[in-house]
Design a binder for this molecule. Sequence first.
Ligand SMILES: [Zn+2]
Length: 442
Amino acid sequence: MTEDERLAKNMRIREHGKLTRQKRKSQICRVYRVKIDISHLTKQQILHLKMLFVEAKWLYNNVLTFLTDHDITEYDSKTLTVQGLDKDGQPVTHELRYISSQMRQSVIQGLKDNMNSLVSLREHNRKTGRLRYKSDYGSIDLQQYRITYRFYDEEHVGIQGFSKPLKIKGANQFWNTPNLEFANAKLLNLPKGYYLAITTYQNKGCELKNYKPEIGIDMGITTTITTSDGQKIKVLVEESERLKKCQRLIARRKKGSNNRYKAVKLLRRAYQKLTSRKRDAANKIVHDLLEHERVYMQDENIKGWHKSLFGRTVQHSVLGLVKAKLMKSERVIVLPASAPTTKYCPVCGKLKRDITLADRVYECSCGYREDRDVHAARNMLLLSRNNTCGTQGINAYGEDIRRLQPEGLSRSLVELGSPTSEVRVVHSRLSKATDTERINFS
Ligand SMILES: [Zn+2]
């Protein structure tokens, strides 16, 4: 390729990138995960999948060694042999047979990205460690759809280097979505098997629907989520017996033994299951909440709860996940932690300063009385609308909520109606996960 051709090619890539970025602005990005069904694969194909991650690890560690006395730009990414150490610490030469050139590049790029993030952390005077050798490589980037991977049909996906398509499960999540575009993907090596995490884009506006009215939500420890219409959603994903059993098993096994390694593998599988169940519960809750036109929540410090007295309960709850998912939506408005959602009395407007965490019912000297969490959730609607007590809010996109509300528009308690006093318990074990019981607030 001559110099002119090379420059022309670079130009084309740049122009194309610009167009894509422009297009992405009007699209929604979603990542779906599908599982690779290895039950019909030949031994050779299973070995191939396994070796991709082993070779990626070899390459990563090799580049890391190279970096101790060289610059990363000097590394020859075309090399097909890497140096490493075997179990006893003796130097060995590994041959890279399975990993494709695009995958090799993405491993090196991943290392570059890690270095850059360390550098930028250091520039901001943050404490940093250093890059370490990996004993497992968990994810391989498949950068380009149609080149490193492609769909043949709903059940078959081709991956660069494999002679035959691989069978997958779970593409029904997105297969019938109109105008879906596939972008990059990641091949994941998780405790329960191999997965593909596929980044997709779809046009905004496909999801316009009739929303329910605005809602305020309060996140607590005992009831988890309380909405301004009086619903309490209680979620607890508990550690399974199996998980506890695995932990005991590991404790009994000798360090460094093969049996211990097997037990660790079992434990990792149990943890993956727990995480999936948490994510499932969180998805269900977020889906329900986002049926409302606007969701008001407060920027509460869940991490802080984690550290203090509530550690264990919060760890098992799904609150953090729900919060993170909600914050991504542009219809969610976040009030700052300083907004007095608990203290403010919506009837007389006074602030009750002596309310403690133990008080489950809010009682004001003016006679107003309400369940503490419902009270807080309803106050989020009131405070964000009325902009009382100097409350300012920003939503997920950094918009000041005062901009979203015309001055003088206010809302009264009467407008909100009375709460319905309903508790919905979302158990992780139930697949439908809804169970309604009535409670009495006063
Ligand atoms: Zn009052």
